[in-house]
Design a protein around this ligand. Structure first.
Ligand SMILES: [Zn+2]
Length: 339
């Protein structure tokens, strides 16, 4: 709350023209925490009733535009043996809203970015699957979204996103997020990958191309490009002194009943059979990266997140990174699926 009040005071001092009234901001910040982004940690607070529309991005985030990129994006490789499949994952949903401040709620912003990127990739003949297209938990093919909340809901949601990507035999998995931090001066974009997978080199390349893509498009459109880097997610999440990579990017892991209790979940809701002491994560089976598009906790970054042109530039940057990666990975002789 103290952080929220400090941020609110900064907003009044900055008087950004597109921000809601100070009273509305106070109401929002009183009920929505600025939290770190990504993973399954106990972090997100529930937004105030009425603060988050049921489905689409906030009214302040305009519909995807069609601004021209600095240079054309690379087309899907003509040498590819099949249409590339890209899974875009708008982070968070429902009661797990991600970072939120200054009228921007991460789960909504993420979905808006995913829709923009998907349109750009589809224009290039790439098949795109979104893990969610509304403010709902993800569901694996043939299944219904979980009704669980809290740790259980988040974990089942993340597993469904993974299962969905694996079922689609996706070539690339890109999760879209924005960041949050206690310090409002912290800003910029960064990308995470996992270095402990058989395809770690590909994931690292993907992460760097995504970072470069966003930098290229932001600079070309005249926006400040604050690239923070591409990082291994090995210790991105810590819980009770132990490091965890992101579920979406990392290798399989075993979660014991006792850990579920400590994280505030219930084993029964996670499908623990009677007498079963642990469940095993089914990991993604393709190169992947998680993009953090700016900090919702930074007034300077939020000004960009509320700017339609800047949002399009970032979306073009992500699309550029994906198409550059597909063009590179089509070069080797081996083809993953062979058909
Ligand atoms: Zn997030």
């Amino acid at each position: 709350m103290q952080i929220a009040m400090q941020i609110a005071m900064r907003v009044r001092a900055l008087t950004l023209p597109s921000l809601p009234s100070f009273a509305a901001l106070l109401a929002l910040l009183a009920s929505v925490a600025v939290v770190a982004c990504g993973g399954t940690g106990p972090r997100a607070a529930r937004p105030a009733a009425g603060a988050t529309p049921e489905v689409a991005p906030p009214a302040s985030i305009a519909a995807p535009g069609s601004a021209t990129p600095a240079t054309p994006l690379a087309p899907a490789s003509p040498t590819a043996r099949r249409v590339p499949v890209v899974v875009l994952d708008p982070g968070h949903a429902v009661d797990e809203a991600g970072a939120a401040a200054f009228g921007v709620v991460e789960k909504e912003s993420n979905l808006d970015f995913a829709v923009r990127v998907a349109g750009m990739l589809r224009e290039r003949g790439i098949e795109v699957i979104l893990t969610r297209t509304a403010d709902v938990r993800a569901a694996a093919p043939g299944e219904q979204p979980t009704r669980e909340q809290g740790y259980n809901g988040t974990r089942l949601d993340l597993q469904a996103r993974i299962d969905l990507a694996n079922a689609a035999r996706a070539d690339v998995f890109v999760s879209l997020h924005s960041n949050g931090a206690p310090d409002p001066e912290v800003r910029g974009y960064e990308v995470y990958y996992n270095a402990a997978r058989p395809f770690a080199n590909e994931s690292r390349t993907l992460a760097r191309l995504l970072l470069d893509g966003v930098s290229t498009e932001m600079r070309a459109s005249g926006y400040p490009a604050m690239a923070r880097g591409a990082f291994d997610d090995a210790c991105l999440k810590a819980f009770q002194g132990r490091c965890f990579p992101l579920m979406l990017l990392g290798p399989s892991r075993v979660t014991a009943r006792e850990e579920v209790y400590r994280r505030g979940g219930t084993p029964e809701g996670l499908g623990f059979a009677p007498g079963k002491d642990a469940i095993t994560l089914r990991p993604t089976q393709m190169p992947g990266a998680l993009v953090e598009l700016l900090f919702i906790s930074s007034p300077a970054d939020v000004a960009l997140l509320r700017d339609d042109g800047a949002r399009n530039a970032m979306a073009r940057g992500v699309a550029r990174g994906v198409t550059d990666f597909l063009a590179q990975s089509a070069q080797p002789v081996q083809s993953k699926q062979g058909g």
